[in-house]
Design a protein around this ligand. Structure first.
Ligand SMILES: [Zn+2]
Ligand SMILES: [Zn+2]
Ligand SMILES: [Zn+2]
Ligand SMILES: [Zn+2]
Length: 322
């Protein structure tokens, strides 16, 4: 598809580590093959659950079935004395009730069972249907190759790689290119949407562990605004913006711990980002931050307000001991 080879994004795709980690360039052309390999890493949704039973093309031979659940033996274990095969969990569960082989009633101890490497190897060599058979994939492979196939399967359901920026489409991998030519977020990008480009650039340069909050209508709103909650040091926090003070504050949610933190307000020019550190949150204060962090002079400087929004990020460094 031509769109895939023509799609030029202003920054590396945020969900493709292989691209963003190897390039500091601000403009990247994603070719079809590049996008295919890097988008594989962006898969966050595979419909087949891990515990869903694979579909064996020729069924499971009796000697590889568990004597308790009658399915294919999972983590196959065999009894030493009588040689009967079970799933590990099935036989350990049965042992809780009675120390005997459930199939032939031979008395057993825990030491009377062992992992069956041979049975496990034979099971892994059985032929299975792809887990996306219900979506149209006709591939078959050995059980040992199934995971590798599923990672590449063109019928696998994946999230749009631009999910972070507002596209919530779930698509088959094989129609990724078609989707990107119609994806509302990709279309905004290809039309040079400045606000979206700013947002992507911020996400790209944000620290790991940084919580990012876009403060809407920052110059016209009168009332306070609160960010969604975020987790740091196992505790919930949020940010609060108080327009009258131009202040941005960290607020503990459901606890009264304090922390040192770094607050950043992002500019479209990364060199103009402003970052302040604070390590002196007093015990008496239920929230702490910087008054005038979003003062009118700063907001009036080009690059801090895009589409009516300013974007701030916070890194919570460490809890303050009392
Ligand atoms: Zn079983
Ligand atoms: Zn037995
Ligand atoms: Zn498949
Ligand atoms: Zn999309």
């Amino acid at each position: 598809n031509s769109f895939c080879t023509l799609l030029v994004v202003p920054v590396a795709m945020p969900t493709s580590p292989s691209l963003s980690s190897t390039s500091s360039s601000t403009s990247l052309s994603v070719s079809a093959s590049e996008s295919e390999s890097s988008f594989a890493a962006s898969v966050t949704r595979i419909e087949r659950g891990d515990d869903e039973e694979p579909e064996f093309v020729d069924g499971v031979p009796d000697e590889l079935q568990c004597g308790i659940c009658l399915g294919v033996a999972k983590v196959a274990h065999v009894t030493e004395e009588c040689g009967h095969l079970y799933c590990r969990d099935c036989i350990l569960g049965a042992f809780d009730i009675k120390k005997a082989c459930p199939y032939c009633r031979e008395p057993l101890t825990d030491k009377g069972i062992r992992k069956s490497v041979r049975a496990q190897r034979e099971i892994m060599a059985l032929t299975v249907n792809c887990g996306n058979a219900k979506h149209g994939c006709e591939e078959t492979c050995t059980l040992s190759d199934l995971e590798r196939h599923m990672e590449r399967c063109q019928y696998a359901k994946i999230d749009c790689p631009l999910r972070t920026y507002g596209c919530d489409a779930v698509i088959s991998r094989k129609v990724l290119c078609e989707h990107l030519s119609a994806c509302p977020v990709a279309v905004r990008l290809s039309q040079g949407d400045a606000a979206l480009e700013h947002e992507m650039a911020i996400h790209q340069r944000a620290n790991r562990g940084q919580f990012i909050w876009k403060i809407e209508n920052i110059q016209s709103r009168r009332g306070q605004a609160c960010s969604p909650g975020f987790m740091a040091h196992g505790l919930k926090w949020c940010l609060r913006h108080i327009p009258a003070q131009g202040g941005v504050f960290v607020v503990p949610v459901g606890h009264n711990k304090r922390a040192s933190f770094t607050l950043t307000i992002f500019n479209t020019n990364q060199d103009n980002d402003v970052t302040d550190f604070d390590g002196g949150w007093p015990a008496a204060k239920t929230s702490w931050g910087f008054a005038k962090f979003t003062n009118p002079e700063r907001l009036g400087t080009p690059g801090f307000v895009v589409d009516g929004c300013a974007t701030v990020g916070v890194v919570m460094h460490g809890l303050i001991d009392d």
